[in-house]
Design a protein around this ligand. Structure first.
Ligand code: PAF
Length: 282
């Protein structure tokens, strides 16, 4: 694996491969890699000739008072994992490389970016869309890989790619979970003690809500059952939302639509905020 720090070096290495007709798969990450990231890397390794992984903890997608400083940074273990996955290129730019003149230009996906995560974390999706547009521009991948765990991010980025006619195929890999149901996330390492045990409430609440919908309960009743399950398992957790939405628009669904429906949940456990979701067609 070749670790590259500068845009010029990456562009020149990938340009050569592109001219040889090789397809480029890209997995953008913020590091603290886990099996969820590795499953995306494996998809890219199967589907593309060359795999590029980026590690960049993007400051512009963190709001004031959020966990930018605490976000786990584990570069040497990340590099080791990517060598094990036989990745060709690891791109580790600095903030000065990505935003050499500050961040005056941004991409905003209207509507979607204001709902749920966007309402609770104003500006978050602008940071995500902008950095992904920048990274796409640098890497120019044929295919890019994102995890279903960040379902609203996926919806925002798919919309950006469609609206800007970016020539990138978007592939979404399934959420990878611990045996107790907890969705893998880099932020799980920030949980401790009681927060760890209570965090299983997220996936349990999703499952109960899905079961209730499938057994014919209405949206409001199913949602109430999910919320009760969350409160039972996480008496100290703070629920931000549990909602049944359309997976593309993130508008609330009025009735059970298994092909497009998605149950989304977000909650705080001590100082750590986690999100999860369950597509209703699973
Ligand atoms: O999902 C993430 O890790 C980040 O939001 C991304 C897509 C790498 C952009 O910084």
């Amino acid at each position: 694996m070749r670790t590259i720090h500068t845009i010029a070096e990456l562009r020149s290495a990938l340009g050569l491969l592109r001219r040889q007709g090789k397809t480029i798969g890209f997995v953008p990450t913020m590091g603290a890699l886990h099996q969820g990231h590795r499953s995306l890397v494996r998809l890219s390794k199967i589907q593309c000739d060359v795999t590029v992984v980026s590690i960049f903890v993007n400051p512009t997608q963190f709001g004031a008072g959020e966990d930018f400083a605490q976000y786990p940074r584990t570069l040497s273990s990340d590099e080791q994992q990517l060598v094990e996955e036989d990745v060709e290129f690891l791109f580790v730019p600095s903030a000065a490389d990505i935003y050499p003149n500050g961040a005056a230009t941004s991409v905003h996906v209207h509507g979607l970016s204001e709902l749920y995560e966007g309402a609770i974390r104003p500006g978050h999706f602008d940071g995500v869309s902008t950095v992904v547009a920048i990274l796409f521009n640098i890497v120019q991948p044929d295919v890019a890989y994102f995890g279903q765990k960040d379902a609203q991010q996926v919806a925002v980025l798919k919309r950006m790619v469609a609206d800007l006619h970016l020539p990138v195929k978007m592939i979404v890999g399934p959420t990878i979970r611990e045996s107790n149901g907890l969705a893998l996330s880099s932020r799980n390492t920030m949980l401790g003690g009681q927060a760890t045990s209570e965090s299983v409430s997220l996936s349990a609440a999703l499952r109960i809500t899905a079961m209730s919908l499938r057994s014919g309960q209405g949206i409001a009743d199913a949602r109430d059952r999910g919320i009760s399950e969350f409160k039972r398992l996480a008496p100290h957790g703070e629920l931000d939302y549990l909602s049944i939405v359309d997976s593309e628009t993130f508008r609330q669904q009025a009735s059970f639509e298994p092909t497009t429906g998605l149950i989304i949940i977000a909650a705080r456990f001590d100082t750590t905020r986690l999100i999860d979701n369950l597509p209703l067609d699973e």
